[in-house]
Design a protein around this ligand. Structure first.
Ligand code: NAD
Length: 504
């Protein structure tokens, strides 16, 4: 029995017959487990029309009413997090504990949005001029679109929609076609939480759906997360149609290890951040910069840890790392192993040789999308294993002669999503924090994803637009400010005066 995943429009599953479909796989076995409908322009238009029709009522609902629904959604999400995590595992492949972590980080944003009243309250100035009051309102935009990637099918949409909805907007989500079911699970939780029909809609599909959302005149804003070429495309086209756009792109995250660092803790962090979710995280560490003279020692400690990693189906409690998302992606990632060797890098650990679990539980992984953890040493900045975002379990070690060389390497990289420095020298860490040209910095923290009340975003080719995701930036993105200047007239205000109003 295979499943059939379709759109969610105006509070219910779509009942039409789609002209185009995509396959859904279980990445652990490679089996096709279902199909997903791909939206045509008509379905996207229907979803936007539902969002537009729901907007006046939702916008007019009091903050108290809106947050009551958000609190109910929060409770339901918490109650059903295991089911949601299992759904993520079945389509994405990541291990269950990691999927639960993804849900927890999304839940954080829901909780932040539950307190939207405190953030939307605006500012008030009494007696800005004599007898004149000035205040600011933060009003919702209308229907907004969210376009999300495969690697966090629940968390990335939740970076955006809790705040968009809490602020009074309505939403059309276009999730990745590779793992589409979590979005529908979330839509149903919204229904059960009491969200009015049409406030949250989901359309599945590909470029056809994305292009229509970008050009649709009723879509007011677009939040995108995905690879850099598509992020740039979405930013350029969305803004061309006059929309607000925040487009978060790809990454190549460095972890710089200074010679004074505790090498065991640094090796633990490099392995955890390099191979968690099989490297399919936009904040994964893909480049380790070892500052002389610790390179050989650090590589040895990392190699030792990699040998013990349990790679296997994400549904098994012992598995620490699962498969890649598709066969095509696995083949692309694997091609970098040969490319690195040809370019002269040292292949210290070849992930193709790593044992894959599953047989003990009767799971046949022979056709799954597997590649074990891989380590390259002596990588240089001109090699494709360094220049390209591989988005898989491939960690490249670059040797740097000094702190300055390490910093220059990070700052010359076109991406600027996340970076980490490992050191016990507070002065060196502070200098690095100030000088590095990256949006999210970890000091002895390998994956510095900010908490929900700060904002998430990279610099340079990792983000197009000027607004980061969630936190204060999220509220700013989903509202527009109106400044009101008012006075209550009395006879002393009479008289014609053509001069420009000044304050007194
Ligand atoms: P992707 O760019 O292939 O797809 C992202 C979204 O764009 C999907 O919904 C997809 O259907 C759509 N899309 C794909 N091709 C398109 C096209 N030609 N025209 C219009 N829309 C298109 O990304 P992915 O493979 O799903 O996700 C992995 C990428 O996302 C990595 O590059 C990763 O670094 C990035 N990512 C970035 C962040 C961040 O916060 N910066 C977070 C997560 C993932």
């Amino acid at each position: 029995m295979t499943k059939h995943v379709t759109h969610w429009i105006d509070g219910r599953a779509w009942e039409g017959a789609a002209e185009r479909h995509g396959d859904i796989h279980d990445p652990a076995t490679g089996a096709v487990t279902g199909t997903v409908d791909f939206a045509s322009v008509k379905e996207v238009d229907d979803a936007v029309a539902a969002a537009a029709a729901a907007f006046p009522g939702w916008r007019a609902a009091s903050v108290a009413k809106r947050t009551t629904v958000l609190f109910a959604f929060r409770e339901l999400l918490n109650q059903h997090k295991d089911e949601l995590a299992a759904l993520i595992v079945s389509e994405h492949g990541k291990v269950h504990s990691d999927a639960l972590g993804e849900v927890a980080r999304g839940l954080e944003v829901v909780e932040f949005a539950c307190g939207i009243g405190a953030i939307l309250k605006g500012g008030f100035s009494e007696s800005a001029s004599t007898g004149v009051e000035v205040y600011s309102l933060h009003q919702p935009l209308g229907p907004v679109a969210i376009i999300s990637p495969f690697n966090f099918p629940a968390m990335v949409p939740m970076w955006f929609f809790p705040i968009a909805i809490a602020a009074g907007n309505t939403v059309v989500l276009k999730p990745s076609e590779k793992d589409p079911s979590p979005a529908l699970f979330l839509a149903d939780l919204w229904r059960r939480a009491g969200l009015p029909d049409g406030v949250f809609n989901v359309v599945h599909g590909d470029k056809v759906a994305v292009d229509r959302l970008l050009e649709h005149p009723d879509v007011q804003a677009v939040s995108f997360v995905g690879s850099t070429p598509i992020a740039r495309y979405v930013y350029e086209n969305g803004t061309r149609y006059g929309k607000r756009v925040q487009a978060l792109g790809g990454a190549k995250n460095h972890m710089v290890v200074l010679p004074d660092a505790d090498l065991d803790l640094a090796a633990d962090a490099a392995v955890s951040a390099g191979f968690g979710a099989a490297g399919e995280r936009c904040m994964a560490i893909s480049v380790l910069v070892a500052v002389d003279p610790i390179g050989d020692d650090l590589v040895a400690r990392i190699t030792e840890r990699m040998a013990g990693l349990k790679v296997g189906p994400g549904c098994l409690p012992d598995s620490e790392m699962g498969p890649l998302v598709t066969g095509v992606h696995r083949d692309k990632v694997t091609s970098y192993l040969d490319a690195g060797v040809t370019a002269g890098a040292e292949l210290v650990v070849d992930g193709r040789k790593h044992a894959i679990g599953g047989a003990e539980a009767g799971i046949d992984t022979a056709n799954g999308f597997w590649l074990g953890p891989t380590l390259f040493d002596k990588v240089t900045s001109s090699m494709s294993v360094y220049t390209d975002e591989i988005f898989g379990p491939v960690l490249s070690v670059v040797r740097a002669a000094s702190y300055d060389d390490a910093l220059a390497l990070v700052n010359s990289n076109p991406y600027g999503n996340g970076v980490a420095v490992f050191t016990n020298d507070g002065g060196a860490a502070a200098k690095f924090r100030d000088q590095v040209e990256v949006g999210m910095v970890g000091v002895n923290v390998p994956i510095p994803v900010p908490v929900a009340y700060h904002s998430f975003g990279g610099w340079k080719a990792s983000l197009f637009g000027d607004t980061h995701a969630y936190g204060p930036h999220g509220v700013h993105f989903y509202t527009r400010t109106k400044a009101v200047t008012q006075r209550w007239l009395d006879p002393s205000h009479g008289g014609v005066n053509l001069g420009f109003p000044t304050n007194a």
